[in-house]
Design a protein around this ligand. Structure first.
Ligand SMILES: [Zn+2]
Ligand SMILES: [Zn+2]
Length: 556
């Protein structure tokens, strides 16, 4: 009898306990929140949307300067139209953008990759259908997006209020909800006067992305956030903020949009790479449930022109000097008596490990003592953590150390796609000789071979830009100052002018230009691309000022 009583009490307790544990402290039931948000915008009547207006594309990872409140470089998008169809999981975006400024494969935000074809025409189209994405430059053929880009474009279909609510109903979404008091945001003009109680619903999208939506007391979704993996920085914030929600027929849709990629860290409490606005605009023309019935994948889809990052083609340039090419950007290896130096660590960890594997085959048992970092654009620093892990000292300009130290070469854990440094952090990360931070120039030598590293001036492409030079072999290594993966531009670019100026200033006797993007070329190719400016040299003109004059009159 006593035994029975004890068991009954126990099961009652367990029952109560199970009930209480349905929503642990801090968590609440997500279902009423999702239902109210759906009701608020008429989500059940919303199958697709077509919107148009004017926006901008922010070039993530391509800032000229890493400094407080410097945003990602913006390129205007005119005549912008987008159709999002949640029923067919398709999106079509078209806009006009000035040609020649960015890769044709790049839409906005993440995904910028130098060394791929440049945008040639004004009209740009980007489409995704399921896991297939493609881009159309002007009236050209549809060109496949990389799987990575296509997946991010697909994810973006669901990062808006109706999309989020529909994704929350999908199998595997596993909604969870909690609440918080939202504070006024520093650095902003105070659009939250009092602390406001917000609810946040978190779901899983596409089987892997943890996405959360902030729902305000009016049951409106006002912020949608997701963490993705970015090769240079690791865990990388994407958040869409929508305002000015308006009624269109029986549904509501926001007409103002902006998207942060990277942290919106105006005060740089936690990050140095401050760029954040990656896409935005005003899209006042909204047509709910107006969109094509289907967006078929083209039968003439051209393969992605982006080379496989893991493909490494080794070419010998001189005794102990090798090009490690084959990908979207090159590294170069220079062998010294007891160690090797590598110029540039582009793309990502996979590429860098593949390049390191080839270096070890070429020169077994010589450590990679130095890694020379050309500049801190994301597509040129994706391998820095890999080289630090393998035991290299990073040679970079002094101006880059703060950003690299805080945002890139650190112990911060990575949750989305942890790299080797995150999983197995080496002791030297905190206590090692991680940097050689140079001001003007630096010499790497074993007293036999000599390699010079220079700070390139004037600054044109990015601050803290370094190049390297082998005076004996007359090879100049550089990134993004003169690319050879496609024919040179009709007019010399500012970056080409700064490279040319640097060569003149240092009186370098260059025979071969070794670029990060494209194959090495004779110096005469570069001079020819400089046109009339290639016939000018920097010299001191009257009054002591520095100017350009025909080279033959300049006495070095
Ligand atoms: Zn580049
Ligand atoms: Zn660059």
């Amino acid at each position: 009898m006593k035994k029975f009583w004890t068991l009954s009490m126990l099961s009652l307790f367990l029952g109560a306990s199970v009930h209480a544990q349905q929503f642990p402290p801090g968590f609440v039931d997500p279902m009423p929140l999702l239902a109210a948000a759906s009701e608020e915008i008429g989500e059940q009547d919303f199958q697709c949307v077509t919107l148009s207006g004017t926006g901008y594309s922010g070039a993530v990872g391509q800032t000229y300067e890493n400094a407080v409140n410097i945003d990602w470089d913006r390129i205007e998008m005119a005549n912008y139209t987008r159709t999002i169809n949640w029923e067919t999981a398709t999106s079509i975006e078209t806009f006009d953008r000035t040609p020649g400024l960015n890769p044709a494969s790049w839409k906005y935000g993440l995904g910028w990759m130098g060394g791929t074809p440049t945008q040639k025409q004004t009209r740009q189209t980007f489409i995704v259908n399921g896991d297939t994405g493609w881009a159309i430059d002007g009236d050209g053929p549809p060109v496949a997006a990389t799987a990575e880009d296509a997946e991010r474009w697909q994810l973006d279909i669901w990062l808006n209020p109706p999309g989020f609510l529909k994704a929350a109903r999908m199998p595997g979404a596993n909604p969870k909800a909690f609440w918080r008091w939202e504070q006024i945001e520093m650095g902003r003009d105070g659009n939250v006067v009092n602390l406001t109680k917000m609810h946040v619903v978190s779901i899983t999208m596409l089987g892997k992305y943890l996405v959360d939506a902030t729902i305000n007391p009016q049951n409106q979704i006002q912020r949608i956030h997701v963490m993705v993996s970015e090769p240079a920085l690791g865990d990388f914030n994407i958040e869409h903020e929508s305002t000015n929600q308006q009624q269109f027929g029986n549904v509501k849709w926001p007409t103002n949009w902006h998207s942060h990629q990277g942290w919106d860290d105006n005060w740089q409490f936690a990050n140095d790479s401050t760029g954040h606005n990656a896409y935005g605009g005003t899209f006042p023309n909204v047509q709910p449930n107006v969109c094509p019935n289907s967006v078929p994948v083209p039968t003439n889809l051209q393969p992605s022109p982006r080379p496989d990052p893991e493909m490494v083609i080794v070419e010998r340039m001189a005794e102990g000097v090798y090009l490690l090419g084959g990908g979207p950007a090159n590294s170069y290896m220079v062998e010294f008596k007891d160690w090797v130096a590598v110029f540039d660590a582009p793309i990502n960890e996979k590429r860098s490990l593949a390049v390191i594997e080839e270096i070890v085959k070429l020169v077994p048992n010589k450590p990679i003592r130095w890694l020379i970092n050309s500049h801190v654009h994301f597509d040129h620093i994706g391998g820095l953590r890999t080289y630090l892990h393998i035991g290299s000292t990073i040679v970079t300009h002094r101006k880059n150390v703060g950003m690299l130290n805080r945002d890139v070469l650190n112990y911060r854990t990575q949750g989305v796609e942890p790299d080797i440094t995150s999983l197995w952090p080496p002791t030297e990360l905190a206590e090692g000789y991680n940097y050689e931070a140079i001001n003007e120039n630096f010499v790497i030598t074993d007293n036999e071979r000599i390699m010079r590293v220079y700070y390139v001036q004037p600054l044109r492409h990015a601050t803290g830009m370094l190049m390297a030079y082998l005076p004996e072999e007359k090879i100049a290594f550089q990134a993004d100052l003169f690319n050879t993966h496609e024919p040179p531009p009709a007019e010399p670019t500012p970056a080409m002018q700064s490279f040319f100026n640097q060569i003149q200033r240092m009186s370098l006797d260059v025979e071969t230009v070794a670029p990060s993007h494209g194959q090495p070329v004779p110096y005469s190719d570069f001079v020819e691309a400089m046109g009339d400016e290639g016939k000018l040299c920097e010299t001191v003109i009257s009054g002591g000022a520095v100017g350009m004059a025909p080279c033959e009159t300049v006495d070095h």
